[in-house]
Ligand binder design. Structure first.
Ligand SMILES: [Cu+2]
Length: 116
């Protein structure tokens, strides 16, 4: 009986650790070329809907975006590319020019710093 209980406990523990592994997320931070709260809403909205992304938060004080993601579904470079496609720089990855030029003028890189 003791053995069976020990076995069950082992199985449960193993099962638990496998589940924990499957739900493992990582967090990255990129410097972006965001300008204002519209940029924040745009980046958080678009990235929030993209595959493998759990949460997105853009800090307008330092223009960094923090992304919690599932490393099995998406990687850092892909995340940067997705930000570029929205029209913003992400660290060394430069914004896709076409997407950038389609942003409202107040959100483009040469716009003066402003908060909304
Ligand atoms: Cu903006």
């Amino acid at each position: 009986m003791k053995k069976i209980v020990a076995l069950l406990v082992t199985i449960l523990a193993l099962n638990f650790s496998v589940n924990a592994q499957a739900n493992k997320t990582e967090e990255v931070k990129f410097k972006t070329s965001a300008k204002c709260s519209m940029c924040k809403a745009r980046i958080e909205g678009d990235m929030g809907k993209s595959a493998g992304v759990k949460s997105v938060k853009l800090n307008l004080d330092d223009k960094t975006v923090s992304i919690v993601y599932n490393p099995k579904k998406v990687n850092k470079d892909e995340l940067k590319t997705r930000i570029s496609k929205i029209g913003y720089d992400a660290d060394e990855v430069v914004a896709n020019q076409k997407s950038h030029d389609a942003l409202p003028s107040c959100c483009q890189k040469d716009a003066k710093a402003h908060m909304d």
